[in-house]
Structures are given as C-alpha cells and as structure tokens.
Design a protein around this ligand. Sequence first.
Ligand code: MN
Ligand code: MN
Ligand code: ZN
Length: 281
Amino acid sequence: MLKLGLHVSISGSIDKAVDRAVKLGCNTFQIFTRNPRGWRSRELKPEEAEAFIEKVERCGIDPVFGHMPYLPNLASPKDEIYEKSVESLIMELNRCLKLRIPYLVTHLGSHLGAGIDVGFERIINAINKGLSEVNGDVMLLLENTAGTKNSMGGSFEDIRYIIDRIDEPERVGVCFDTCHGFAAGYDLRTREAVESTIRKLDEIIGFERLKLVHLNDSKGGLNSRIDRHEHIGMGMIGEEGFRNILQSRLGKLPLILETPVDKRRSDIENLNKVRELAGEL
Ligand code: MN
Ligand code: MN
Ligand code: ZN
C-alpha cells in the first residue's frame, strides 16, 4: 500500500493539519510548523503539541514531515541573513522534537552569486551548527533543487559533497523532489530513465539515505532549471512518467504531493490520480 500524503495547512491550530490529512485519506503528511512567511514565530504551547501528537497517534499517521519556512537561506553569503537562517534551523529542529516529528526537510539555499564554494562552506557549517545545538531524534532531509541560477543542491554530487562533510552524517537524509530532479536534468519519463536516475542516486548518495519523495509534476521541461510544480500527470513528466516512478523503488517510499492549488484539479483528485497510476484504484 502506498504511503501517500500532501503538504497540509496548519491554519487555525496545528492539530487541524491532522484532520485535513485524514479527511483526504492520507497516511502521511507534511507541514510548516509555523507561518512560513516570517522570520519569527511564537513558541509552541505544551497543550498545542500534545493535541497534535495525540491526533497523529490516534489516526495512525506515520511519519509526519516538517518543512523549513521560506525565508531562511542556509547558503547565504550575507552574514545577517545567514545567522538568522541558522537560528531558524535550530528553532525548527526544536519544534519538530516538541511535536515528535521525525523528519525536517530543508532546501540548500542560494549562494546569490558568491560562488558554489562559498555556498558549500556556509551550508555545511549551518547544518553542523544546527545539529550540534539540538540533541534528539529528528533527521534533517536535504532536498534536491531544480538547479536554478545560484541554487545549491541541484545535483546528486552536490548533495553527496555536503553529506560527506557533516559531523553527524547519521542525522542527515535526503528528500527527492521529482519536479526539481526533472528540471535539473534527471529524466523520469520512461521506465529506463527512472531506473537510470535511481541508479545514479544510489551510486552517488546511497538509496538508503532517501527517506521521502516529493511527488510533483513539472511545468518546465527536462533540464529546464525551472522550479514550477504541476498537477500529477499534467506536466512534462506526464502520466506515463508517474506510472514508472510509482512502480519503481521510489513508489515504496513516503510520497508527499506539493501540487498547485487551482481550479484545474483538487488535492483529492491528485491523490486519486497517484493511486490510479500506482494500480491501487
Ligand atoms: Mn521543498
Ligand atoms: Mn519539494
Ligand atoms: Zn519546488
């Protein structure tokens, strides 16, 4: 059976995210633990965390994924932004611990033109600092990016380079976003292409590090370096591509949709499309 969910809103109170996921028939989901558009957030009250944990357990949802907010840039060459980003990473790791969320997904940021070496140094230091400040069982998942200008982590080699320099590598895993991967040049349309992409991931990073797939179609073409998500099967990866993805080893991992919110297709229709292409409907 698929481990399938989507990114859900925490609007109202954080435990309401669980209700939303359950209503959509999800057995896993992803959240921002706070408003993703600001730098600061108020502390979680113990009763808020309790309500969330209790609902997750009661509904048999496992696992839950947290996602870093939008503003932090762990590769930023600007000291002030960088310091605030590391602080955000520490805060998010702590919030995940409080909420008993086992995985936190992070983007690798942008070096903003300062160069890839500066970016690597920043991000490696950021992760090492973040993990050293937070003791507990939350794994940081590094998400591959679409390889847009100045962005870090568009290739498997770059992700491997970072992991190799982490002091506690057992606390770091990987999230593979299909839209980003396709846009960065990893073909996912045919069975052979999916197998070849998985083989590269396995050889360069190690398949066992992969803990999550962000299942998104892509508005941009192969190697377009455009990060624009599309409904499942309606983009350049297409239905056949997702059928092949879902029937591969990737389909056995937790799958989280980050598909657009618009009139063309609802969340439930996207989830059902995935079930259909996986042969479950
Ligand atoms: Mn992401
Ligand atoms: Mn993603
Ligand atoms: Zn994206």
